[in-house]
Write a protein that binds this ligand. Sequence first.
Ligand SMILES: [Zn+2]
Length: 72
Amino acid sequence: MSAALLEIPLSVGQQKCDGACPAPALVRVTKDGQVLDFCGHHYRKNDVDLFAAGWDVLEDVRPIGPDTTTIG
Ligand SMILES: [Zn+2]
């Protein structure tokens, strides 16, 4: 087994939103080795700024259709 596997973070669906809300994260973005996880609400709120700053979507597990996970 490769030690590199240990460095893979948990799936985005097992994380909490980094947008200071208790919702489960649904979208993971990455830039220069950094990772941020957002719920659907905070991802939509920040996506323009994230892309402008060079962040790329690494994982997006949002269900198709209206976002029903929004808390904050
Ligand atoms: Zn959030």
